[in-house]
Design a protein around this ligand. Structure first.
Ligand code: FAD
Length: 466
């Protein structure tokens, strides 16, 4: 692979594309060469900004001919180093392809270009009483293309499922520059292999997503938001069981431990809703039930001694304040220390024993390390963050944290879980893929990669090598 653009290609980029198509300005190379992970240094050879699918197609054909590696780039909010260009790749930013078509209220769908910002899609759909139910704290920066390429999850998965359930059709440009139209806007299309699904969640390693037809959901009715304090993880799971049986539809069931809350308190200085601290907190959002039934359900939690404290938001502002405790965790961990992040999935029945085993592991081999746990526990999704101890240098911390990862992923494997619940594999989780995928599966993945990207120019080094 070339680390700098061959002169002939540089000439073609200038002659065949608009004047502002490419930049090699150092600050832009750094900015567009990385995502939210800080582990790898960005080192792209150039950044290109196509405005149309035809430009993406011509570019890929050129890169294929010259064997130039390409990193598709969305909002760069990823946590797996999927959008990192660290080996002289060409970064293909979709940010100028952000058209959002008119919402189709009959088909309940909307066509968008891949660079449309997630929140902008929500805003375009809201006047129709509709939404694209892919929702999380980075929605103001992430792109629909990035969401689809990572099969993003988020806080509403318990209600709506993952991104792949909300994509009707895709337009994808292959490594050779061919434009594929996959499934159009069809709800039903039972004609064998579903290639659209193949491209979802493959982190730009098989093709560049340029357009999508998104399936929409009705905006939920009024929401109730409550925060509970609980003494232990068993209580969190008991509360989840009660919520499943509650007189409402669960929209989100999020938990965070006191260590996470303490970091939020320190960084954001947000007022805490409870007088006393508890080991665990649960944020429950539900589509509004009959108020009397909801009151009775809440009272039963206290009668059973399930929760030690609780508060029900009485206004939209109070609901937002409760949500901001949860949504500020990531940012607060970054602002108050150096976190090493993990995002694992477990069968929900295994969560309690996994957390107990993880705590023993840390106490026995990583004594004094602070662990912050939070996540979408209703989906069995745990965000495990360990914070750098003050007496360890960052490089030594990373080495030790990688030892912890291997030991933790043994626990994940034993519990039949996944090393990545929703952030993907990218560069960061690649060494650990074998804890979740069997050798036979990995060989199949490599075969698919070889078929669709024979020159290995699409996001090489991410997920698996061919
Ligand atoms: C505060 C915060 C909260 C978050 N919460 C969640 C959460 O709850 N759930 C969750 O799933 N994620 C979460 N994330 C991670 C991230 O926002 C998602 O993974 C998001 O879907 C990434 O979108 P992006 O546009 O930023 O993609 P990028 O980071 O730019 O790229 C991600 C991957 O997709 C590829 N890609 C991007 N665009 C395309 C394209 N058009 N065609 C082909 N490949 C492409 C890239 O090469 C890369 O491999 C969070 C991130 C932050 C910062």
């Amino acid at each position: 692979m070339a680390r700098v653009l061959p002169a002939e290609l540089t000439g073609r980029l200038k002659s065949d594309f608009p004047p502002d198509f490419v930049t090699v300005e150092p600050s832009e190379l750094t900015e567009y060469g990385r995502d939210r992970t800080k582990v790898f240094e960005p080192d792209p050879c150039a950044i290109v900004f196509p405005r149309t699918t035809a430009e993406v197609s011509r570019l890929m054909a050129l890169c294929s001919q010259h064997r130039i590696a390409v990193v598709p780039s969305g909002g760069r909010t990823g946590y797996a180093a999927g959008a990192v260009a660290r080996a002289g790749e060409l970064v293909l930013s979709l940010e100028r392809m952000r058209r959002i078509d008119s919402v189709d209220p009959l088909a309940v769908s909307v066509g968008v270009e891949a660079g449309a910002v997630t929140e902008a899609v929500h805003q375009a759909c809201a006047p129709f009483g509709l939404t694209w139910p892919v929702d999380f704290a980075s929605k103001g920066q992430s792109h629909v293309g990035g969401n689809i390429a990572t099969n993003a999850g988020g806080v509403k998965v318990i209600r709506y499922g993952l991104t792949r359930q909300w994509v009707l059709g895709l337009q994808v440009v292959t490594a050779s520059g061919e434009v594929l139209e996959l499934n159009g806007a069809l709800e039903k299309n039972n004609t064998g292999f579903d290639l659209r699904q193949l491209f979802i969640g493959t982190e730009g390693t098989l093709g560049v997503i340029t357009e999508a037809t998104l399936k929409l959901a009705r905006l939920p009715g009024k929401l109730d938001v409550a925060l509970f304090a609980l003494p232990d993880l068993a209580g969190v799971l008991r509360l989840f069981r009660e919520a499943r049986r509650g007189p409402f539809t669960i929209m989100a069931f999020e938990f965070f431990d006191d260590a996470s809350l303490t970091r939020v308190e320190r960084h954001r200085k947000l007022p805490l809703p409870f007088a006393a601290r508890s080991p665990y907190n649960v944020l429950l959002e539900v589509e509004r039930a009959d108020p009397a039934e909801l009151e009775a359900w809440l009272a039963s939690l206290f009668d059973q001694g399930l929760v030690t404290d609780g508060t029900l938001a009485q206004s939209v502002g109070q609901a937002a304040a409760l949500w901001s405790l949860r949504e500020s965790i990531s940012e607060s961990l970054n602002a108050t220390g150096l976190p090493h992040k993990n995002d694992v999935a477990l069968p929900i029945a295994a969560l309690e024993s996994f957390c107990a085993d993880l705590t023993s592991l840390i106490q026995s081999r990583f004594s004094g390390w602070e662990i912050c746990l939070f996540g979408h526990i209703g989906d069995g999704n745990l965000h495990v963050n360990v914070m750098k101890p003050d007496d360890l240098e960052p490089a030594a911390f990373r080495t030790r944290a990688s030892e912890l990862d291997h030991a933790m992923f043994e626990l994940v494997k034993a519990a039949h879980g996944s090393v990545s619940a929703e952030h993907g594999i990218g560069l960061l989780k690649k060494p650990y893929l074998g804890y979740t995928r069997t050798p036979a599966e990995l060989e199949l993945l490599r075969g698919i990669k070889r078929t669709l990207d024979p020159g290995n120019i699409l996001n090489p080094g991410k997920i698996v090598d061919p």
